[in-house]
Design a binder for this molecule. Structure first.
Ligand code: NA7
Length: 534
């Protein structure tokens, strides 16, 4: 008799990736598929990241699925950059439309996943004690979902409340009348600080590394634009999938190093006024030439100095130690202007490092800052953290934690040698965080679905890649990264440097989404080169 817990496929995670993977396997291939999700609802990143100001930095008309024309036409975004509640509404709409919830187990955290060689099945154990078996295991756990709370001495003795932005309480946090400390000035801190400052009595920002940020110039979408985006959906999708970044705009085919200074200034000024990540697309050499990058870096630093009235704060905020966009560039609404408020102060942890957290607040080498609430906007154990937490064991009981002790090794970011029938959506070694994620996710889901369809059609039981294929792909990942300025930032989470003890390996594929897509298509057309079936 069939065990009810035996399936064709198990998908871990019900965000953008897991939901589309369910639709593809269940509705396209007719596979018995179950999604396991730790949260109580769909949404992934957008389920957990409910901090004030949480907003996507991709434009709304590109931050959506394009696989269903009907869905593209029926959904309407309200703003240029969608806020977290609106994205969550969108994903719930998708779950309703495609009747996904009946195949998702919510509040179900995966404890371990082991490959049973005798039966060619993955055996997944959940925290609640359930055991599920399936031929295929597909991780859709997101790249930025394992919260990084720095191991700061004394946190357990802090008398106030503390929160990490990536695990924000659903009921919200009341900042009224409170003294709040925010640690971290990445995209998250930059979004949250202005919102918290509107409400709190006082905000102290603890900055370790100064960051570039571009104005988002967010605004409600006009009726004209909404109509334009629907009428031109095919063209927009074409642009998103034929450029390197997955965004609905191309990178200009001109070089900053060949452009006269006054023209550069005008181009940057126009991009600054327009707002958003298009600034990064103004010249094609910004991420490959230090001289080109310097022109953008200096333009933004000049803007920061002009925006901040207090010269001491201005210097701390503009003293940026890395090339522009070599870390993921934030976009903001009133971030720098927030430092002109009387209730916002700035502490440079580079000048006075944090020593410990004491019951009253944060103690640096200079003084104690009394606080009621500490907000950790300190990022994530990116790209590998959530995968390693799954305790995956492959052939012969080998552990992913051991295999990746010196850094992740994958084939195309999709498969791992020694782990048959395991697919990793937006895994390390794929473009993922270097581009707008929904088109990258759609490409991975469709490629995985085609591969599984191929196996079903030919009655193949297992697929696995080899060490050699993974080594060759890692060489390509390294080559692509080293052709850019990205590895120059020694403390970037692209390199795992934000988590003490994590190996320093450049994890995403910097060769561009369209190039990567053509490699994946070519691999499939070539009989899934680098993969073995049985
Ligand atoms: P990020 O980009 O990793 O930023 C984390 C911030 O927290 C950054 O400013 C860090 O400084 C700071 N940080 C991390 N650990 C510490 C400690 N121990 N002490 C002081 N400061 C610290 O995470 P985000 O959540 O902002 O953004 C992640 C992505 O999510 C983003 O790219 C968007 O795509 C959405 P550092 O620079 O390491 O010195």
């Amino acid at each position: 008799m069939q065990n009810t817990n035996t399936l064709d496929a198990i998908v871990i995670g019900a965000g953008f990736a897991g939901m589309y993977q369910l639709i593809s396997l269940r509705d396209k291939l007719g596979l018995r598929t179950r999604v396991l999700e730790a949260g109580s609802g769909v949404g992934g990143t957008w389920y957990w990241n409910r901090y004030p100001g949480a907003r996507c930095d991709s434009e709304s008309h590109s931050y959506m699925y394009y696989f269903s024309k009907e869905l593209v036409q029926e959904w309407e975004w309200s703003e240029r950059y969608p806020q977290q509640p609106e994205i969550l509404r969108y994903l719930n709409h998708v779950a309703d439309k495609f009747d996904l919830r009946r195949d998702i187990s919510f509040d179900t955290r995966v404890n371990s996943a082991n490959f049973d060689e005798a039966n060619n099945q993955w055996v997944v154990q959940t925290e609640g004690g359930e055991t599920l078996r399936a031929q295929f295991l597909i991780t859709a756990v997101g790249c930025l979902s394992s919260a990084n709370v720095p191991n700061t001495p004394g946190l357990d003795r802090f008398a106030g409340q503390w929160f990490h932005t990536g695990a924000w309480p659903h009921e919200g946090v009341d900042f009224k009348g409170k003294h709040v400390g925010v640690i971290g000035t990445g995209s998250t801190g930059i979004q949250a600080i202005p919102m918290i400052a509107n409400e709190a009595d006082h905000v102290t920002v603890f900055q370790r590394t100064a960051n570039y940020s571009l104005p988002a110039n967010n605004a409600p979408l006009t009726e004209d634009f909404k109509q334009y985006a629907k009428a031109h959906a095919d063209e927009i999708y074409e642009i998103m999938t034929t450029n390197g970044n997955g965004h609905p705009f191309h990178i200009e085919k001109r070089k900053a190093v060949e452009t006269p200074a006054d023209e550069i200034e005008q181009i940057y000024e126009a991009a600054w006024q327009k707002g958003g990540l298009q600034f990064r697309a103004t010249f094609e050499d910004l991420l490959v030439s230090n001289d080109a990058n310097k022109t953008a870096a200096e333009f933004i630093q000049k803007k920061i100095r002009k925006l901040i009235k207090d010269p001491v704060k201005a210097e701390i905020l503009a003293d940026i130690d890395h090339p522009f966009a070599a870390k993921r560039p934030p976009i903001d609404s009133n971030y720098f202007d927030t430092f002109n408020r009387d209730n916002v102060s700035l502490v440079s942890l580079r000048d006075a490092p944090m020593q410990e957290i004491v019951p009253a607040g944060i103690k640096t080498t200079e003084k104690v800052y009394p606080l009621d609430i500490i907000v950790f906007a300190t990022g994530f154990d990116a790209m590998t953290g959530s995968l390693l937490k799954l305790n995956i064991e492959g052939l012969g009981g080998r552990k992913l934690k051991d295999d990746w002790h010196a850094g992740p090794r994958t084939y195309l970011g999709l498969q791992i040698s020694g782990y048959p029938n395991l697919f990793t959506i937006t895994g390390p070694g794929s473009p993922s965080v270097l581009c707008n994620l929904p088109p990258a996710i759609e490409q991975h889901v469709e490629w995985i679905t085609d591969c599984i369809e191929h196996m079903r059609a030919h009655q193949l039981q297992t697929v696995q890649t080899s060490d050699q294929a993974c080594d060759q792909w890692q060489q390509e990942v390294d080559r692509a990264a080293n052709a850019t300025l990205l590895p120059q930032v020694k403390h970037s989470w692209y390199l795992g440097a934000n988590v003490p003890g994590k190996p320093r390996v450049f994890m995403p594929y910097a060769g561009g989404l369209s190039h990567y897509r053509s490699i994946c298509n070519d691999v499939a057309a070539d009989g899934y080169r680098g993969m073995r079936f049985s």
